[in-house]
Design a protein around this ligand. Structure first.
Ligand SMILES: NC(=O)c1ccc[n+]([C@@H]2O[C@H](COP(=O)([O-])OP(=O)(O)OC[C@H]3O[C@@H](n4cnc5c(N)ncnc54)[C@H](OP(=O)(O)O)[C@@H]3O)[C@@H](O)[C@H]2O)c1
Length: 241
């Protein structure tokens, strides 16, 4: 049985990934902030201990057999430059902790765990998949310094892990989506700056959560080890590197 921990699987891209991975026979250990959903372990990453508790509970549920961790949970919340000093700092620290520090903690626990386990027949001991953002390369809106910094940090962390542990059979992939419509309502475009943003996307539309989930599943199950260190864009050619 293959067990994969997917953070932020309670909705959006993570929920689409959970569905697709489950359809492929994976036992997905899901996560969200709200208790009560048996398919999700509740952990609020603003609490510095939450990532560790999540990892321990996930290991327990899998009998120590987690083969991949998908660092997908994230917060995209504006932090206005003219808010009070303490509000701005709180906003910065929450976003960095949720979007980057928790992913780093989980990656560290996973690397240490996999280092004590034998590799599979393909030589791979474990897979990390980091859902970053186009913002890592392009930056984001004036109210999202923190978000872009967290995602840029995630890409740099991913590359470092990939280079450090490839020889031990631990592989790492990062995905950098552009706008992805995860909203159940029609307010998605408004929340991201209005319909004008489509003019900036040669594909003419934003991505769907199912498209990003397909890339997550590829990285978590299929990507060859030689791809470790790769960053996969999915932005309708709105930012071509
Ligand atoms: N949607 C986009 O346009 C887009 C573009 C580029 C990159 N991304 C990245 O893709 C990932 C998924 O995005 P999404 O649009 O699917 O997000 P979403 O629909 O807003 O869902 C966010 C997920 O993260 C969890 N989360 C939020 N705050 C948390 C906290 N304090 N502690 C732990 N978990 C928390 C949520 O749990 P609850 O349900 O319990 O709140 C939920 O499962 C994120 O990393 C995001 O930055 C998204």
């Amino acid at each position: 049985m293959t067990y994969i921990l997917v953070t932020g699987s309670s909705r959006g891209i993570g929920a689409a990934a959970q569905k697709l991975l489950s359809e492929r026979g994976v036992n997905v250990i899901g996560h969200g902030t709200r208790p009560g959903d048996p398919s999700c372990i509740a952990a609020d990453f603003t609490n510095p201990l939450a990532a560790q508790l999540l990892w321990e509970e996930a290991l327990d549920r899998s009998g120590g057999a987690i083969s991949a961790v998908v660092n997908n949970a994230g917060l995209f919340s504006p932090n206005a430059i003219d808010s009070s000093d303490i509000e701005w700092l709180d906003g910065w620290e929450d976003t960095l902790r949720i979007n980057l520090t928790a992913a780093a903690q989980l990656s560290r626990f996973a690397v240490r765990h996999w280092n004590n386990h034998a590799p599979g027949s393909d030589g791979v001991r474990g897979r990390l998949v980091h859902v970053a953002s186009r913002a890592a390369y392009r930056g984001d809106s004036p109210a999202h310094w923190h978000y872009a910094a967290a995602k840029g940090g995630m890409v740099a962390m991913h590359k470092t892990i990939a280079r450090a542990y490839a020889s031990q059979g631990i592989v790492s992939f990062a995905i950098t989506p552009g706008f992805t419509d995860t909203s159940m309502a029609d307010d998605y475009l408004d929340s991201r700056g209005g319909a004008g943003l489509l003019a900036d996307i040669p594909l003419g539309r934003v991505a769907t959560p199912e498209e990003i989930a397909r890339i997550i599943a590829f990285c978590a199950l299929d990507a060859p080890a030689s791809m470790t260190g790769a960053v996969i864009d999915a932005n309708g050619a709105s930012y071509v590197r």
